[in-house]
Write a protein that binds this ligand. Structure first.
Ligand code: GDD
Ligand code: MG
Length: 358
């Protein structure tokens, strides 16, 4: 697809939130770098952004635990794109965060909420924005229940008629919501005030409608998820393992078990597909790794232990005869022998005593 103004593009990722709904997984790191299988989440957004060669830099708008993100990505050399970090003095909200981080930027900006996973065609989105000479264009996606999102009404030509953040059940008029991906003209940022928290959803976007500016929607109907709750965080792993969303190492194929060449699964251990067993894991004879389980680097599952439907972060040890089902377990945790855990989320370094029932 052809479009003008090539090179005049930057991306901005809003990654300053505290990730409260994903606690305790976000106690020691921001939501945007929780692992999906074995990669920090933001890698997937950077992969998408890199498909648009005209985007030469990604600005990260940070507030909560900024150094954790900088430690993972550095100057972006390994991720393959130049990164710039801007840390807010206080949380400035989604519009304030954009304005603060984009000071001095004169290029059109592609903005991402730092917790949405999709394969939106960014080049087409940018072309649509430019052809229609929009001030702002946002991606919408249909969902069953819009109450957790920003509801967006449009006309058939794609003009946005109404933006209503977190609608109540009786305010729902359509099923299209804000997917958290925007193309914005930087000349619009000065309408957000400085030094106070300002919301892109509650104040900045409604201003385009009030001012009768060209404010467009592009509807995306393929896979989309916001990973910001434990349920959705678990769901995204299941969707990838079930082939509903194509991503390495499953690549859209359901029913595979991926075992790292650097993992040890002893003869006599049982692994049900689909599963993901990372480097350095040890699954001992008589252990059972059930379907939809993810074992991060260096986990151990001892004889007679069972773990199913669970996401287990690196260096966790599940002792003999313990049974773990539908649980997210943080790093370096220890599940004592004969413990039974059914559902829930355990933070990093959890220590569950043997014979516990949870
Ligand atoms: N820099 C900065 N400063 N970033 C922030 C701040 C802040 O004060 N507050 C939130 N963020 C970042 C979060 O880190 C996250 O990546 C993004 O802004 C969106 O915040 P969420 O807390 O995840 O919002 P939400 O999921 O409830 O709703 C938003 O996303 C939905 C789609 O997933 C809204 O944009 C909805 O309209 C949208 O439908
Ligand atoms: Mg979110």
């Amino acid at each position: 697809m052809q479009y003008d103004f090539a090179r005049d593009m930057k991306a901005l990722l809003l990654v300053g939130g505290q990730g409260t709904r994903l606690r305790p997984l976000t106690i020691n790191q921001p939501k945007s770098i929780v692992p999906i299988f074995n990669r920090p989440f933001l890698h997937y957004q950077l992969d998408l952004i890199k498909q648009v060669p005209e985007i030469d830099e990604v600005i990260l708008s940070l507030n909560y635990q900024p150094s954790r993100i900088q430690d993972v990505f550095g100057d972006g050399r390994d991720a393959g794109i130049k990164l710039r970090y801007v840390v807010e003095p206080t949380p400035l909200g989604t519009a304030g965060g954009v304005k603060y981080a984009a000071r001095g930027v004169e290029e059109t900006l592609v903005v991402f909420n730092g917790d949405v996973l999709t394969q939106v065609d960014l080049a087409s989105l940018i072309a649509f924005h430019r052809e229609r000479r929009a001030r702002a264009t946002i991606v919408l996606t249909p969902v069953d229940n819009p109450t957790a999102y920003g509801l967006v009404e449009t006309d058939p030509a794609g003009n946005i008629l109404r933006f209503l953040e977190k609608p109540k059940a009786d305010e729902i008029t359509c099923n299209t919501i804000n997917a958290g991906i925007y193309v914005l003209e930087p000349s619009t940022f000065d309408r957000s005030p400085d030094a106070v928290a300002w919301s892109i959803e509650r104040s900045f976007f409604p201003s385009f409608i009030e001012r009768h500016e060209t404010f467009l929607a592009s509807i995306y109907r393929d896979y989309w998820i916001d990973i910001g709750t434990p349920e959705k965080y678990m769901q995204v792993h299941r969707d990838i393992m079930d082939g509903r969303y194509a991503m390495p190492p499953f690549n859209g194929k359901p029913g595979l078990s991926w075992v790292s060449p650097g993992a040890r699964v002893d003869a006599g251990a049982k692994v049900d597909a689909p599963a993901f067993i990372d480097e350095g894991c040890i699954v001992r004879a008589g252990a059972h790794v059930g379907a939809h389980t993810v074992l991060g680097r260096g986990c151990r599952v001892d004889e007679g232990a069972g773990v199913a439907g669970s996401i287990v972060w690196p260096e966790t040890h599940i002792e003999r005869e313990a049974q773990v089902r539908d649980v997210i377990i943080g790093r370096e945790s220890h599940i004592g022998r004969n413990a039974t855990i059914d559902g829930g989320v355990l933070g990093d370094k959890s220590d569950v005593a043997g014979y516990s029932r949870i």
